[in-house]
Write a protein that binds this ligand. Structure first.
Ligand code: PLP
Length: 451
């Protein structure tokens, strides 16, 4: 009997005794008991009691090509046997690392031709933060180092990532944000738009950036960062007016535009990258998650020519990097993952087929008294829960509403996430129409139960 199966009967107790989970109240978790997921296939995961769940969340927004793709595990095995590790620090690289950098940039706009590799999305955010400051310092503007981010944005949980993020509960732990990072409002029309139209509200929130730059002084601001569509903040799709105005302001005020593609990248929105959906061109763009569909940890920063030329030709040593920057086995997994996305035309599938199908399915829920609005771009979606949709009145206890729907869905075999009073959807890009039908049916039952 293997050690793993010998321990299997006892895993819950071992977990409670020895494992501190991320983002968890361990006392509550240990009292409730952790769910142990043993296996995955397609869009389904299976727990250690054999219960099957439709994974409406693709793990953690990342398993874009679905579970059980033997092509990826075989590519990983081949690379493991060939060369399990070598670094990219001291004048060396490895074949999959090079090929991956080229492959990623082939799907970005013409002005993006370089990638810096990291191990995660948080590291990617730490990386561009330093790049932006180094860029301006090299151009003779060392004072240009403040970064403007957004309330309720999410950029990871390292010290820089959590500081860039605009979540109060993250800042409260660890005395964040660090100096040099400030926040403006978010384009959350349903919750904060009051009497303005979505278009008016989009412009108003975008112009907070202009006001903040004026307040800080243009010569002190290095960059603005935002997710194309806020993910962890509640899949908040901005009004159409928002992104063009943000891009205009960044250009007019000469600050770098950083678009966090960690969730939106690699097909999630029906484009290769979320910024392409909104028609803007970032100077820097952190990536991770869907890059390898989560099969192995890898992230990076896509670097525009504007920044890349300075980093490569003027900075000299850029004293930054990680032992696992460009890890050959992770790169091999990512390369094979991107080959699958290309060959199976998953981006087009999301844009033209399953994305609109999910949007229509969710729209059909808008007749429910508890649903105020649904938003869906590609396979990234949210259902806004409300107490009274006539005047967009939200529940007093927002968490409770979301958790009740989520728990009912989970008991009925559908994994979703609730952020306050928004139900979030991010299934694998390979999901079928009938699996989407199941998501909608189970959600409706969950809503009926909670109402
Ligand atoms: N940026 C965004 C937009 C994210 O959603 C996340 C994670 O959810 C991160 C950064 C951090 O990525 P990681 O958890 O890989 O460090």
């Amino acid at each position: 009997m293997s050690n793993l199966s010998a321990a299997a009967s006892n895993l819950g107790a071992l977990d409670a005794a020895h494992h501190i989970h991320p983002f968890s109240d361990m006392q509550k978790l240990n009292a409730a008991g952790t769910r142990i997921i043993e296996r995955g296939e397609g869009c389904y995961i299976f727990d250690n009691h054999g219960k099957k769940y439709l994974d409406g969340f693709a793990g953690l927004w990342c398993v874009n090509v679905g579970y059980g793709r033997k092509e990826i595990t075989e590519a990983v095995m081949r690379q493991m046997n060939e060369l399990p590790y070598y670094n990219t620090f001291f004048g060396t690289t490895t074949p999959p690392t090079v090929l991956l950098a080229q492959k990623i940039t082939s799907h970005a706009g013409p002005n993006i031709n370089r990638v810096f590799f990291t191990g995660s999305g948080s590291e990617a955010n730490d990386t561009w933060f330093r790049m932006a400051r180094v860029y301006w310092a090299t151009l003779g503007k060392p004072e240009k180092k403040m970064v403007i981010a957004r309330r309720n944005g999410y950029h990871g949980s390292t010290v820089v990532g959590a500081s860039l993020g605009g979540m109060k509960y993250m800042h409260e732990q660890g005395a964040l944000p660090i100096e040099g990072i400030v926040h403006i409002g978010q384009p959350y029309w349903y919750g904060e738009g009051a009497d303005l139209s979505p278009a008016e509200f989009g412009l108003k929130v975008a112009r907070e950036l202009e006001a903040k730059i004026d307040e800080l002084g243009e010569d002190n601001v290095a960059a603005f960062v935002a997710e194309p569509i806020q993910g962890a903040g509640g899949v908040i799709v901005p009004p159409e007016t928002y992104w063009p105005e943000i891009a205009r302001i960044c250009k007019a005020r000469n600050i770098l535009l950083v678009v966090d593609e960690v969730i939106c990248g690699f097909g999630r929105t029906g484009q290769w990258f979320g910024h392409q959906h909104f028609g803007v061109e970032p100077d820097l763009a952190p990536i991770a998650k869907g890059l390898s569909s989560g099969y192995l940890p890898i992230g990076g920063v896509m670097v525009s020519d504007r920044v890349g030329e300075v980093l490569v030709n003027e900075v000299g040593d850029f004293n930054h990097g990680f032992t696992y920057s460009g890890h050959p086995v992770c790169a091999a997994a990512a390369l094979e993952n991107l080959r699958i996305i290309e060959d199976e035309k998953l981006v087009e599938r999301v844009r033209d087929d399953v994305g609109p199908y999910l949007a229509a399915g969710l729209k059909s829920l808008e007749d429910h008294p508890m649903v105020g609005q649904t938003q869906c771009v590609g396979l990234m979606a949210a259902v806004q829960l409300v107490e009274d949709k006539a005047d967009r009145k939200r529940f007093e206890d927002k968490e409770k509403a979301g958790i009740e729907v989520r728990n009912h869905c989970l008991a009925n075999g559908l994994v979703l996430r609730a952020t306050g009073d928004r139900m979030l959807y991010s299934p694998p890009l390979v999901i079928s129409r009938s699996e989407i039908d199941d998501m909608i049916t189970i959600t409706r039952n969950g809503l009926d139960h909670a109402w």
